[in-house]
Design a protein. Structure first.
Length: 107
């Protein structure tokens, strides 16, 4: 793929999904992430067909790999929280989302 950064790829995806869906994504981002993506979006002058195709293909591949994984949701959640928050902070909220949680769904 070309020399696109993660931010560049995110901008391309956000611009591809349309205003309403992009707005929904922004609702889940931190202020810093919104500022970073907004600044990058404001500087976009052109997205080539190759860039668009490459980014969408990479996204599709990643999504398929994720969906195909047979993962334990609790282990996955714990891993994500540790990476995002660090070991100590991740230990606090992890118990809130146990197998008996009312938010648990089967897919």
């Amino acid at each position: 793929m070309s020399n696109l950064t993660g931010t560049d790829k995110s901008v391309i995806l956000l611009m591809t999904i349309g205003e309403d869906r992009a707005a929904e994504v922004f609702k889940h981002l931190s202020q810093r992430e919104v500022q970073t993506l907004s600044a990058a979006m404001a500087n976009v002058t052109q997205i080539s067909n190759k860039q668009l195709t490459d980014v969408l293909a990479e996204f599709e591949q990643e999504a398929e790999q994720f969906a195909a994984l047979n993962i334990n949701a609790n282990d996955y959640l714990r891993s994500v929280l540790v990476k995002a928050l660090g070991e100590e902070r991740a230990a606090r909220p992890a118990g809130r989302y146990s197998r008996n949680s009312r938010y648990r769904q089967r897919y």
